[in-house]
Design a protein around this ligand. Structure first.
Ligand SMILES: Nc1ncnc2c1ncn2[C@@H]1O[C@H](COP(=O)(O)OP(=O)(O)OP(=O)(O)O)[C@@H](O)[C@H]1O
Length: 346
């Protein structure tokens, strides 16, 4: 299996308009007018609003070429200068991969900073597989295994094929969107770089995101690709177990999924963590291998975590999975620390 089917294809023949007064070097971006997007979203009507994230609101829109789009209106705090914004957009627009959400283009009129993405029909993993109100019936073991491998491929591509490489910084279930065939697409990659450096995006997030953060990144601000590997490990355990990484409704010892996974691993009972809703219809060896890879990815010391291309090989059975030597980052202690940090503005 190869994760790198196409590199930076220039989209020959795709309609693009240059905004002439913005400067040189912005060739890859399709620009939309504000009016065009207003029409596509029926004046950004509530009925077309499909989500609200840390960066702003998202609307479903019907573009005049007939395509549906997810139109993300960046909030005032997350706007940066036009030049820097376009430089980053130019980079993101060039990146294409089956497991990454496609950026169609943007709108930069006056104060507006709007991103236009390919619309994905099946929402996010957070709302479907892990959301309490949805049925999990579509997510049989085969679908889950494809999703895990797809996300790993998308991330390996960002880390290893894109130059300079991109660290996502916010891999989590709500950033994994699903198309009509349940093919996973990573969203929001490159977005961290669109946000002014003084806006501490992560610190403004709800506690739910915190469980995905690698300890060295959350506590020391040390950001490497291995921080994404940690978050991917958490996501992997969530997909196999069908549970969010933190559940404060459970008793203290059971609140943190990774701690539970580690305990079961030590007792050689990892299979007990596999989602009960699969009704025992799953490949137990594969499911346990995936959980073990999740534990490897979340080891405390970043150097012990595998690279994403190694993760792909382990998931697909091309490479054996080493035993985990150390426990994953101590999630509960670290959560307390992070919550303290949130209480004092940083
Ligand atoms: N390309 C898309 N296709 C379909 N729905 C989308 C798309 N992009 C976003 N959405 C919907 O909009 C919601 C909000 O997305 P957004 O990425 O802004 O925030 P989030 O990931 O939920 O939170 P955060 O900003 O904290 O990462 C998503 O959960 C999803 O339901």
């Amino acid at each position: 299996m190869t994760c790198f089917p196409f590199l930076f294809s220039k989209k020959a023949g795709s309609p693009k308009r240059r905004v002439t007064d913005i400067g040189e070097g912005i060739q890859n971006v399709r620009f939309y007018t504000y009016k065009e997007l207003r029409i596509a979203t029926e004046d950004f009507s509530d009925s077309n609003k499909i989500g609200e994230g840390g960066f702003g609101s998202v609307y479903k829109g019907h573009l005049k070429d007939g395509k549906f789009a997810a139109i993300k209106v960046l909030s005032v705090e997350s706007r940066q200068g036009m030049r820097e914004f376009l430089t980053e957009i130019n980079v993101i627009s060039e990146i294409e991969h089956e497991n990454l959400v496609k950026l169609y283009g943007c709108c930069v009129e006056e104060n507006h900073r709007i991103l236009v993405y390919n619309y994905l029909e099946n929402n996010s993993l957070a709302k479907t597989l892990l959301g309490r109100r949805h049925s999990k019936s579509h997510f049989d073991w085969r679908a889950r295994s494809r999703i895990c491998i797809g996300v790993a491929c998308g991330l390996a591509f960002l880390h290893e094929a894109v130059r300079p490489h991109i660290i996502h910084r916010d891999i989590k279930a709500s950033n994994i969107l699903l198309d009509k065939d349940l093919t996973p697409k990573i969203s929001d990659f490159g977005l961290a770089k669109l946000i002014p450096a003084n806006m501490t995006h992560v610190s403004t997030r709800v506690a739910g995101t915190i469980g995905y953060l690698a300890p060295e990144y959350a506590v020391g601000g040390q950001l490497t690709r291995k921080a994404d590997v940690y978050s991917f490990g958490v996501l992997l355990v969530e997909i196999v177990s069908g549970m969010f990484n933190t559940n404060t409704r459970l008793s203290i010892g059971e609140q943190y999924l990774l701690e539970r996974a580690w305990e079961l691993y030590e007792q050689k009972e990892l299979v007990g963590l596999v989602d009960e809703s699969l009704n025992e219809e799953f490949d137990a060896d594969e499911a346990c291998r995936f959980l073990k890879i999740g534990l490897l990815c979340t080891q405390d010391y970043p150097k012990l975590r595998p690279s994403m291309s190694t993760v792909v090989k382990m998931l697909t059975g091309q490479m054996d999975v080493d035993d985990c030597k150390v426990k994953p980052g101590v999630i509960s202690d670290f959560m307390d620390l992070k919550l303290l940090r949130k209480a004092r503005p940083i």
